[in-house]
Design a protein around this ligand. Structure first.
Ligand SMILES: [Zn+2]
Length: 429
């Protein structure tokens, strides 16, 4: 089992200035650090409320010739290149202040963003990234001939085919690894492109007003106008980059092999939604599975101290509930007339919740049992009394050579009652 890495943000801030490819208007974009769990959030610093627009699928408002996000009545146009660069540079949390309506197009590729983000550097944060996996193969059909097949894979791979009835493009096909520098090496420098014959009609409709030979590969009737291509299949590579930017709106690290036929922004977003939905559904189903594992816990009354699992992210985090009633056997002797749940049993309950997280991470959990080896930094903050509902949240810190470190916290109505660091080992029963 591999642990998802820790979340990362930028170590400093970095600014960009340039025109938007569609609006033709100048804009300034500044990337700043953000807290763990914040995700990528655009902030329209020129809007009266400094509106926040999270870079997530729920905020997609348009997919024609670029991906547009909206929230709070304001928009951000053409988000895909900066988002792809952030994904490729493994920046999970950032505040992106945009003074203007559209992200600057710069040279039309992902490279200026990716290079600057690498230069400013990134730092590890305290929480782990969410990983969204393609667990089983499925196909998603988009409009106008685009279609996608998503397959399980150990890492994030994209194979794509594009087809344009233009002699300089034709049919192009290739497979690319996105992680571990793959995007930086093979995709980042590929520029966006457009057809000279379409320009007037597009400008009429409010598109491509900032497009020029400085920020696009321009195709004439037969040929590439002015300058050379950066790759023979630069068009294909750029489309792969756009796909990565669009899929980053899932808001997690992706594990899967995407096979895309004639990808489009609309199709990319539909695929991203399908991946997210399937993942979330599986997570809900897993929560039911864990109910079965709960049965498999060796503990029985009166020492089974978990009632229900309410949230569960495999190998990452688990949340369990314990309803403390006056009928608990320990209240009879602890203390007569003044019932308080023994502190060590609060920690025991937390350990049982953590044990489930651990059991799920091993094979054949029904043949295993969890032994606790160490408790550290145990703190009891307030007493637990009959009628309390304790919510235990346990996070996996590391899991190496069969030994797991976890951090747990119990709360009653949002107030911490106990916390501890726990070390445990899984052994055969
Ligand atoms: Zn693009």
């Amino acid at each position: 089992m591999t642990q998802p890495r820790l979340q990362q943000t930028v170590t400093g801030e970095v600014s960009f200035e340039g025109v938007g490819i569609h609006t033709g208007k100048p804009a300034t974009l500044t990337v700043r650090p953000a807290a763990p769990g914040a995700g990528i959030v655009f902030v329209r610093s020129d809007s009266p409320n400094e509106s926040r627009i999270p870079a997530r699928l729920e905020h997609v408002a348009g997919t024609e010739l670029g991906t547009t996000l909206t929230a709070d009545g304001v928009e951000v146009l053409t988000v895909e290149h900066i988002l792809a660069a952030l994904y490729a540079c493994e920046i999970d949390n950032a505040r992106i202040e945009l003074h203007g309506r559209e992200v600057p197009i710069l040279d039309g590729s992902f490279e200026p963003y990716a290079r600057a983000l690498d230069e400013v550097g990134r730092e590890r944060q305290t929480e782990r990234v969410e990983v969204v996996e393609v667990a089983e193969a499925f196909t998603e059909k988009g409009s106008r001939g685009s279609s996608y097949t998503a397959l399980p894979a150990e890492t994030f791979l994209v194979s794509a085919t594009i087809e344009f009835g233009h002699p300089a493009i034709g049919r192009q096909h290739g497979g690319f690894a996105i992680e571990d520098g793959g995007f930086r090496q093979n995709i980042a420098s590929a520029r966006t492109f457009g057809f000279r014959n379409d320009v007037d009609a597009l400008r009429e409709r409010g598109f491509a007003r900032g497009a020029s030979l400085e920020n696009s590969v321009v195709l004439g009737t037969e040929e590439v106008v002015g300058g050379n291509l950066r790759h023979r299949d630069e068009f294909l590579r750029h489309k792969v980059g756009d796909l990565v930017g669009d899929l980053s709106l899932i808001g997690a690290r992706l594990r899967g092999h995407i096979v895309a036929e004639r990808p489009s922004h609309a199709g990319n977003i539909a695929l991203a939604r399908a991946i997210r939905e399937r993942h979330d559904r599986r997570r809900r189903d897993r929560r039911l599975d864990i109910a079965e594992i709960l049965d498999a816990l060796p503990h029985r009354y009166p020492l089974l101290l978990v009632d229900r699992i309410v949230d569960f992210e495999p190998s990452r985090r688990i949340v369990g509930l314990k309803n403390v009633t006056i009928n608990e056997p320990f209240f009879r002797g602890h203390f007569p007339g003044h019932p308080i749940m023994p502190g060590v049993l609060v920690v025991e309950a937390m350990g049982q919740v953590g044990g489930l997280l651990l059991m799920d991470a091993v094979e054949n959990p029904k043949d295993k049992v969890v032994y606790f080896m160490a408790l550290r930094s145990v703190k009891w903050r307030r007493p637990v009394i009959p009628g309390d509902q304790i919510l235990f949240e346990v996070e996996m810190v590391s899991f190496r050579r069969g030994v797991c470190k976890m951090r747990g916290r119990g709360t009653v109505e949002g107030r911490v009652v106990a916390e501890a660091e726990m070390m445990a080992r899984v052994v055969d029963r």
